[in-house]
Design a binder for this molecule. Structure first.
Ligand SMILES: NC(=O)c1ccc[n+]([C@@H]2O[C@H](COP(=O)([O-])OP(=O)(O)OC[C@H]3O[C@@H](n4cnc5c(N)ncnc54)[C@H](O)[C@@H]3O)[C@@H](O)[C@H]2O)c1
Length: 428
């Protein structure tokens, strides 16, 4: 606009002289240069703006890159704060009990923990993690009604409780034979300590005894009046005699100190969270079938066993604890099968092509084991309800998952990728 006004003004003022021509030319030249300068500075400003925009975008994307992992961490933290627990009943102060479960991180103990927690009680699990593991009760960690204490029952324990389920003891032959002296200490000194605690705080104690107190029985099926047939110096004696003396201690405390005791003689139990390599027949067969290995039967396979599913046992333990039955009670499933039948059934349920292999008989392996549960039925109104195949399918599912975890190392935290700083070499 300025250029045009000036030109018009000049033309109107100028005569046809040479000087005028020079002036006009100079003016036009000056104005042209001025115009170009203005254009160039516009272009320069635009260029500058676009470079700045690009730079801003790059900075933004860098910030986003740095912030994204932080956002993810915050999400994880939020998730951990809002951890979901299995549903828990609300119990009034009057009905809610403070319950101690020794060996509560083990196979049976963890299922008992689940039941008592879901019933609304306050549960303290004490375990030295010899055969138990934190994963069995990890779904309760952090819950206001739950506490996990790493403690060996061979040492005294001072807490305030209303009921004690005393389960701490290795239960499978390879585990209890691993350190027979420790097994004896756990079952004797450990039981004395728990009875001492029960006496001090006025708690009721339930002892998880075993059908092994009947040894290699001469009567069949075994009822609670049978005194047993145990070899006191055999390889199983540390466990069998340990449990027998634990029972003796319970009744000594009951008679002498007035402690309320309950004694459950538990027969073979199976289910999820049982030990994969504990050498017991159900876990052996399931693992072998899943891995396509031969199912190993010791002896001719005609020896019998009766297996109960773990939820049946847990219901029996709770019923016994809350009953007024202070004499020993058998808890087991009387449905008897030969070992060979078990092998065939598990093979079928797994859908395995494994063969059945017969090996020489194990020492002191009882030939027959079947509970007489008349007393439990009569006095507790309890009997097993889970069909064998249903229970076995659950155990097979659990073992299959465990094998998958092992194969994928799922429970081993993956190492985080190292953050390498530019221009620096790392020395590991
Ligand atoms: N599972 C069965 O078939 C069966 C049969 C008969 C009796 N029982 C009895 O039931 C109870 C539980 O058996 P399970 O099959 O769950 O066995 P398990 O080995 O899975 O559980 C035993 C628990 O006790 C803990 N423990 C062992 N010694 C301890 C100590 N000194 N101090 C603290 N904790 C200790 C272990 O770490 C483990 O968590 C045992 O007393 C066992 O004798 C089980």
């Amino acid at each position: 606009l300025v250029q045009r006004v000036l030109m018009t003004w000049c033309i109107s003022k100028i005569n046809n002289s040479l000087l005028n021509v020079v002036i006009i030319f100079s003016l036009s030249f000056f104005l042209a240069v001025w115009g170009n300068f203005i254009n160039m500075s516009h272009n320069f400003l635009n260029l500058n703006r676009s470079i700045q925009d690009n730079g801003d975008q790059k900075v933004e994307s860098k910030i986003e890159e740095a912030v994204a992992p932080l956002r993810e961490k915050i999400r994880d933290l939020e998730k951990s704060f809002t951890q979901k627990y299995p549903p828990v009943k609300f119990l009034s102060e009057k009905d809610r009990k403070r319950i101690l479960i020794t060996g509560g991180a083990g196979f049976v103990g963890s299922h008992l923990t689940d039941k008592l927690m879901m019933d609304g009680h306050e549960v303290t699990v004490v375990d030295n993690f010899f055969t138990g593991r934190k994963r069995n009760v990890e779904h309760w960690i952090g819950h206001e009604n739950f506490e996990l204490i790493n403690h060996d029952v061979v040492e005294p324990l001072y807490i305030e409780v209303d009921q004690i389920y005393h389960l701490a003891s290795p239960a499978s032959p390879p585990n209890y034979m691993y350190n027979p002296i420790k097994t004896l200490k756990t079952n004797t000194i450990g039981t004395l300590n728990m009875l001492g605690l029960a006496k001090r705080v006025g708690a009721r104690l339930l002892l998880a005894s075993t059908s092994e107190v009947y040894g290699d029985p001469e009567v069949h099926p075994q009822n609670e009046d049978y005194w047993g047939h145990v070899n006191p110096i055999g390889p199983r004696a540390c466990y069998d005699e340990g449990k027998r003396v634990a029972e003796t201690m319970c009744y000594a405390y009951m008679k002498q100190e007035g402690v309320e005791v309950r004694v459950a003689r538990i027969f073979n139990t199976f289910g999820p969270r049982m030990h994969m390599n504990d050498g017991r027949v159900v876990s052996n067969f399931i693992l072998q079938a899943l891995q396509g290995e031969p199912l190993t039967v010791y002896g001719p396979g005609t020896q019998t066993r009766a297996f109960q599913y773990v939820s049946d046992l847990v219901n029996g333990l709770v019923a016994l604890m809350n009953s007024n039955v202070s004499s020993p009670v058998n808890l087991g499933n009387p449905e008897e099968h030969t070992i060979l039948e078990f092998a065939q059934l598990i093979k079928k349920l797994v859908g395995s092509g494994s063969e059945i292999q017969f090996l020489s008989e194990a020492q002191d392996d009882p030939q027959k084991r079947k509970p007489d549960i008349t007393k439990a039925k009569l006095l507790l109104g309890w009997e097993p309800v889970v069909p064998l195949e249903e229970g076995l399918n659950k155990a097979i599912h659990y073992f299959r998952k465990e094998l998958e975890y092992q194969a994928n190392n799922q429970y081993i935290p993956k190492p985080k990728p190292a953050r390498i700083k530019k221009g620096r070499t790392r020395h590991n």
